[in-house]
Design a protein around this ligand. Structure first.
Ligand code: SF4
Length: 332
């Protein structure tokens, strides 16, 4: 390994200077063709990355797409757990994430060793984990869910099934309220969604009385209670385009506004304000680490590559496949 390689490894991404004369988008598309690579992007990445990607979606759609792609290389423009999920589903493909520092506060809030102790303390419980977890946590799980299918998958188990739900206590609490279940919740949360302020949304609503409030179930209960529509990013996107309202206050990561505005150019989308605008805001700092320059270098050098321990991957693939099977059966 060269000195430069070591530097990149420490950084977690390739920071090689790129000449201003290079048209990054054209070169990225050219490399995709030469290398048979596909670019997937989450709705929370910056708009230019979404526009360049072959496929844009939420966690469920990205996993479904990864499971069926015939590309040799998958470049996951999103956070680390999304790259891991792709690698677990496609062990023979090269999976790249342009910046290894793109983590997720939800995944971080659930260390595998601690979660294992929690699972072992409740041996009679079925373990349902949100996709926003590390591969090691998925390996301890019976079935993975996303916010697009969590309710339906929970309801696919008999009502008296004891269930552990992790790591998002807001999503778990929302599903408990919807289904009347009493799932045991891991105490994790997303720092972006937990930061929305019900009080500030109400003030905004007073200024825009016709606006409908859209909220992701990772938000706290008091924010969810205010919403006209609660759902996954793709559900909120569909609703915002199809609904007759012309104005929306959007309580999820603000990257989704790009696709909403594209789908309904004449409507107004207002990002919901965070409770503390001086610190965390309604942007996911992890998702925004993925830049065009990092994507270019990542494709050029085919690094950083996601690797998942073989034994962990063997265990983690079962609950992911179970989710995909149930979703397919339910037409989700
Ligand atoms: S918005 Fe929250 S849940 Fe989504 S990737 Fe960022 S930290 Fe994770």
């Amino acid at each position: 390994m060269t000195t430069i390689d070591k530097k990149w490894q420490e950084l977690g991404y390739i920071d090689e200077p790129i000449s201003d004369s290079i048209d990054l988008k054209t070169e990225i598309r050219k490399m995709c063709k030469q290398k048979n690579a596909v670019i997937m992007a989450h709705y929370y990445t910056e708009g230019a990355i979404q526009d360049l990607a072959d496929f844009v979606g939420d966690s469920l759609a990205l996993a479904q797409k990864a499971a069926t792609t015939d590309a040799d290389i998958i470049v996951m423009c999103g956070v680390h757990f999304m790259g891991e999920t792709n690698k677990i589903l496609c062990p023979n493909k090269k999976v790249l994430v342009p910046d290894l520092n793109a983590s997720c506060s939800l995944a971080q809030s659930c260390p595998a060793e601690e979660f294992e102790k929690f699972v072992k303390a409740h041996p009679d419980h079925t373990v349902i984990s949100y996709v926003n977890t590390t591969a090691a946590v998925k390996a301890l799980t019976d079935v993975v869910v996303t916010s697009s299918n969590a309710r339906q998958i929970v309801e696919s188990f008999p009502a008296d099934t004891p269930i552990i739900f992790g790591p998002d206590h807001n999503l778990g609490g929302y599903i408990n309220r919807l289904t009347g279940r009493n799932m045991l919740l891991w105490d994790g949360a997303c720092h972006v969604h937990e930061n929305f302020s019900a009080e500030k949304i109400l003030k905004l609503k007073a200024q825009h009385p016709q606006a409908k409030v859209l909220a992701h179930p990772e938000c706290e209960e008091e924010v969810v209670m205010l919403a006209d529509k609660v759902g996954s990013t793709s559900a909120l996107l569909k609703f915002s385009i199809a609904d007759e309202a012309q104005e929306f206050i959007v309580a999820t990561e603000s990257g989704i506004l790009h696709e909403m505005q594209k789908g309904a150019p004449n409507k107004t989308f207002i990002p919901a304000p965070p409770s503390d605008s001086t610190e965390a805001c309604n942007e996911c700092n992890f998702m925004k680490l993925i830049s065009m320059r990092k994507l270019y270098n990542c494709l050029k050098y085919e690094w950083p590559e996601i690797e998942v321990d073989e034994d962990v991957a063997k265990k983690a693939v079962r609950p992911i496949n179970k989710m995909l099977e149930i979703s397919h059966k339910l037409g989700l």
